[in-house]
Design a protein around this ligand. Structure first.
Ligand code: PLP
Length: 345
């Protein structure tokens, strides 16, 4: 039976060429700074993002945590969106491990913030009752806001606000390459005005493991120390970094295929009565839709019995992520199966 796994772009497996690159990797001890593949990946990431330096880490969650700890002292506070991954899905790490509080403000439908909300969240640093506002964080693409790609122009007012309050900015760019491809803007332009970013190699870029933090050299030096403190120093990590180098060279442009597949899937689902989806809101590789209460469980079981995984049973809101492991034929098959389900009603 055909298997189509829409649960996440993290389920991607390395291509045969990526596995060859892994086998051929030059290795050393990265905690001594001697792994040539890790060094090459970090330099390449810095170049692509237009930042001074990069740091290879094990996951997106660790990348965001290290970045926050490098920007903010204990007793500081960060501004986060209520739908952001940092706030919702990273186990409160900055608070638990860094003594840092979160000031949560609403993400609008585009994943952005209102300036009034930002202003409201800003603490008076002369008032010793308050924590110290220390960082503004964004997400791009914004997962929970539908995989929206946020353009530099859209971000400008927020960055203007942050800079006028002397606040550094950090972007969780787990899928920043999806945003860059969608907007046809190089990543270095997307993040030019942002102080630090993280991006994931292990999502649409199909690597088995890893994320990279990019920023100025002093920030990355600090981040390197924190990575060690968290037990994230890896030894012959070139095994993993070589996949990252391969991905940055070969897996970025193909993200358009995932975006095209997402749009095709959305178009196929839009015709069905028990599914509520707006195709126009599908911008990158994430397809969100609502399934009516009556059908959500039955549809899920039907799809699973035909090898299709995805969605969410806890709510009516489902997410299907397209990625390197899903072909145009898999999309046709999925649409066909959802229609077969409709025929059973
Ligand atoms: C927007 C976003 N940021 C960060 C992460 C964390 O990445 P990881 O699973 O590698 O910790 C994810 C993972 O799904 C994500 O979607």
């Amino acid at each position: 039976m055909r298997e189509v796994d829409f649960r996440s772009d993290t389920v991607t497996k390395p291509s045969p060429e990526m596995l060859e690159a892994i086998l051929a990797a030059e290795l050393g001890d990265d905690v001594y700074g001697e792994d040539p593949s890790v060094n090459k990946l970090e330099d390449k990431a810095a170049e692509i993002t237009g930042k001074e330096a990069g740091l290879f880490v094990s996951s997106g969650t660790m990348a965001n945590l290290i970045s926050i700890l490098a920007h903010v002292d204990r007793g500081g506070e960060i501004i986060v969106g209520d739908k952001s991954h940092i706030f919702k899905s990273e186990a409160g790490g900055a608070s638990a491990l860094g003594g840092i509080s979160y000031y949560v403000i609403p993400n609008n439908s585009k994943g952005l913030f209102n300036i009034d909300d930002l202003q409201e969240s800003f603490r008076d640093s002369t008032n010793y009752h308050h924590p110290i506002t220390s960082l503004v964080t964004f997400e791009n693409t914004h997962n929970n806001c539908g995989g929206i790609a946020i353009s530099p122009e859209d971000l400008n007012p927020i960055i203007d606000w942050a800079q006028s309050h002397d606040l550094p900015t950090h972007v969780d760019g787990a899928r920043i390459f999806n945003a860059a491809i969608k907007l046809d803007v190089p990543v270095h332009k997307m993040v030019k005005r942002i102080d630090s970013l993280t991006f994931c190699l292990s999502k649409g870029l199909s690597c088995p493991v890893g994320s990279v933090i990019c920023g100025d050299s002093i920030f990355i030096q600090k981040a390197r120390r924190i990575r060690k403190m968290l037990g994230g120093g890896m030894r012959q990590a070139g095994i993993l970094a070589s996949a990252g180098i391969f991905a940055l060279d070969n897996m970025i442009d193909r993200l358009t295929e995932d975006h095209d597949n997402a749009i095709k899937l959305a178009a196929g689902l839009e015709t069905l009565e028990f599914i509520d989806i707006d195709q126009k809101l599908v911008e990158t590789n994430l397809v969100f839709f609502n399934v009516t209460n009556e059908h959500k469980e039955k549809l899920n079981l039907f799809l699973e019995s035909h090898g299709i995984k995805g969605g969410s049973l806890n709510s009516n809101r489902w997410r299907f992520a397209t990625h390197y492991g899903i072909s145009a034929e898999d999309i046709d098959y999925t649409i066909q199966m959802v229609n077969s389900y409709a025929d059973t009603i």
